[in-house]
Ligand binder design. Structure first.
Ligand code: ADP
Ligand code: F6P
Length: 320
């Protein structure tokens, strides 16, 4: 019988993390467990910045972006010394299980802590949706909707000036936000790391479309490709059409989580506690074909996630 568990958020924050924390806390309390909130990810676990939580600790947070537990990156936790310190802190408080809401890096840390006997369960929380074992990561939907709204606003001004708008969206290692935002905003082109691109081809296509009456163009660039300012300058030079670059940046990580993020976070948080209750650890919770499932952390980290090239091509094919 597991009596005490901890919960933390780690790596980049994502809208919906609060809903996951709430689900973990309330599910554990409903099962008679004590729950401890760890502040600033593994930093708080090493330093003992840990507080007991009750039902009210998670009131009024389901609808809020960010994370009430704060988050951080913790270089010390990448060493086994740091992991041992964290384990010693947990032992001191009698914490036997830990739910880690974060990305791949946070799961690597959770695997190390699991190797010392802690029951760790990872919940995928990152706006990038770049965690391979799961179809969905908490924050993805909210971030894409934020990006979409911002690109819509840019389109108004781009249209008024007959311009090219080059918009960089987040995703340093994956183009999932870019491809979906591109489709939703009717982008002329999407530039991601996953698909080769040629600025001459893009410029020629724009000129053809301009001859056919099209007056403004939206190009979505994934952060991992970068160079969005240079891309805008190059397209302006090659087409003679005025271009502007906009980097949406961290605004995409904030804001109230969408319904989807709140619901998926709640399902995953609940499931994580059920695993720990059964004495199961070293697992990552995942969403597969609308079902909540779990994988061994190492197995989860070794999988390769597919990029939706078909969606990418559809977007470009119908962008006239
Ligand atoms: P994310 O979880 O969003 O991928 P990071 O890669 O920044 O974010 O990882 C978050 C934290 O997880 C790091 O600051 C570090 O404490 C821990 N971590 C990352 N990689 C490892 C690793 N290889 N071994 C142990 N801990 C790690
Ligand atoms: O992983 C989420 C993410 O927002 C990426 O899309 C982005 O590259 C990165 O985090 C930014 O991290 P930071 O908050 O450290 O600038």
């Amino acid at each position: 019988m597991i009596k005490k568990i901890g919960v933390l958020t780690s790596g980049g924050d994502a809208p919906g993390m609060n809903a996951a924390v709430r689900a973990v806390v309330r599910t554990a309390l409903s099962k008679g467990m004590e729950v401890y909130g760890v502040k600033r990810g593994y930093v708080g676990l090493i330093n003992g910045d840990i507080e007991k939580m009750d039902e009210r600790s998670v009131s009024d947070i389901i609808h809020r972006g960010g994370t009430v537990l704060y988050t951080a990156r913790c270089p010390e936790f990448r060493t086994m010394e740091g992991v041992k310190k964290a384990k010693a802190k947990c032992d001191e408080l009698g914490i036997e299980g830990l739910v880690v809401v974060g990305g791949d890096g946070s799961f690597r840390g959770a695997a190390d802590l699991s190797s010392l006997g802690m029951l760790c369960i990872g919940i995928p929380g990152t706006i990038d949706n770049d965690i391979t074992c799961t179809d969905y990561t908490i924050g993805f939907d909210t971030a894409m909707n934020t990006a979409m709204e911002l690109v819509d606003k840019l389109r108004d001004t781009s249209q008024s000036h007959d311009r090219i708008s080059v918009v960089e969206v987040m995703g340093r290692g994956a183009g999932h936000i870019a491809v979906n935002t591109g489709v939703a905003c009717g982008a002329t082109d999407i530039i991601t790391q996953e698909v080769p691109y040629d600025l001459d081809d893009i410029a020629n296509k724009m000129l053809e479309k301009k001859a056919n009456g099209k007056q403004n163009f939206v190009v979505i660039v994934a952060e991992g490709v970068g160079h969005s300012t240079e891309i805008a300058t190059a397209l302006q030079e090659k087409t003679g059409i005025e271009a502007r670059a906009t980097i949406l940046g961290h605004v995409q990580r904030g804001g109230n989580p969408t319904l989807r993020d709140r619901v998926e976070a709640t399902k995953m948080g609940h499931y994580a506690v059920e695993l720990i209750e059964q004495g199961i650890g070293n697992r990552v919770v995942a969403l597969k074909e609308d079902k909540v499932v779990d994988y061994d952390i190492q197995e989860a980290l070794s999988m390769k996630k597919a990029y939706d090239e078909k969606l990418h091509k559809i977007c470009e094919q119908i962008a006239y």
